[in-house]
Design a protein around this ligand. Sequence first.
Ligand SMILES: [Zn+2]
Ligand SMILES: [Zn+2]
Length: 67
Amino acid sequence: MRVFDPAAATVLTLCSQCDKPESQCTCEKFCCFCQSQFNIRLAVDGMYYCPDCREACDVRVADAEQH
Ligand SMILES: [Zn+2]
Ligand SMILES: [Zn+2]
């Protein structure tokens, strides 16, 4: 899920499990494809990916949009 955060004037991507941004998410983070637990980042679709699967699926890290 993605929401606009007026305070930060940016679009936040929320964890699909807890509806919190990555910085506040306390879910166990593992890749939604390969179940890897290394370098897992929240992507713009609200799912967690390892770097390899993220690249394979061509999805961006949620934070990467915030300049
Ligand atoms: Zn979460
Ligand atoms: Zn993976």
